[in-house]
Design a protein around this ligand. Sequence first.
Ligand SMILES: Nc1ncnc2c1ncn2[C@@H]1O[C@H](COP(=O)(O)OP(=O)(O)OP(=O)(O)O)[C@@H](O)[C@H]1O
Ligand SMILES: [Mg+2]
Length: 260
Amino acid sequence: MMLMQIKNLSVTVNAKAGGKKILDDVSLQISQRSIFALVGGSGSGKSTTGLSILRLLDPGLTISSGEVLFSGRDILKLPPEQLRQVRGKDIAMVFQEPLYAFNPVLPIGRQIEEVFLSHTDFSPQKRTAETLRLLDIVGIKEPRRVYKSYAHQLSGGMRQRAMIAQAVALKPKLIIADEPTSSLDVTLQARIIELFMKLRDDLNLSVLLITHDLGIVEHMADTVAVMNGGQIIETGAVTQVLKNPQHSYTQELLTYAGRT
Ligand SMILES: Nc1ncnc2c1ncn2[C@@H]1O[C@H](COP(=O)(O)OP(=O)(O)OP(=O)(O)O)[C@@H](O)[C@H]1O
Ligand SMILES: [Mg+2]
C-alpha cells in the first residue's frame, strides 16, 4: 500500500537570486512500512526533496511545480492549520546533529513532552509517563536520568535516540531522516539504523532515509532512489539497484564506496 507519493516536483532558486533549478521533475513513491533510501552526491538535491515534503524550504527557494500526495491530499496545497497537523503528527523529521535541535537550557524530557501539549489532551502526569515510555522504546537504559538531562550532558548517540523519541511521540506514519547517523561513530550508526528498523516493525511506520552511505542502504532499505543534479536518475529495489545498476552515475557511486 502506498503511503506517500511525490509527483513531478520542481524547485527553483528565486528569480532575483538567479532562478536556477534545484529539483527537476522529481517523482517517487513510498510504501507503507518501508524504508526508502535517497542517495546521491553532495548538492544533488536530497535535503531539498526531504524539506519540500513538509514545506520547510529556505524562503530563497520556490516549489515551482509538483504534488506531494499523502493520505489522498496534496500537502503542498494544505491550509496552514492542516499543514501543522501533518507536520507534527503524520510526518516527523530527524536531522544529523541533534545538539542544535534541542534547547540547551531545558531538560530533554520537557522538550519531548511539548509535542503532547499541542496535539493531545494528556494530563501532565500522562505526558511524563508517555515520555519515559518513549525513551525506553528508543533503547535508552535510564529514561528517568535522560529525561532530566540537558542536551550537552548526553552523548551524540543518546541525543539522536532522544530526538527519535520525540519524532515518534505522536505515532507518525513517516519519518524523514536526513543523514541521521552521519555525526556518529560507526558502531553507533549501526545501532541507530537497527532502531529505525525496529520502529518500522513495532510502530508500522515508513522512513525516508537520506544518506550517502551505501552500506547503510544495503543493510536497511528496501527501495532506493539515486539523485544527481536535481533529478532522480535511477530507482528500484535495493537488491536490484545495488547489484545491477543501470546508470553510469550509480555505478560510479558504488565504485567510490568500494562496492564493486
Ligand atoms: N537556499 C538556497 N539558495 C540557493 N541554492 C540552494 C539553497 N539551498 C540549496 N541550494 C542548492 O541546491 C542544491 C541541492 O542542495 P541540497 O542541500 O538539497 O543537496 P544535498 O543532496 O542534500 O547535498 P548534501 O549531501 O551536501 O547534504 C545545491 O546545489 C545547493 O547549493
Ligand atoms: Mg543534504
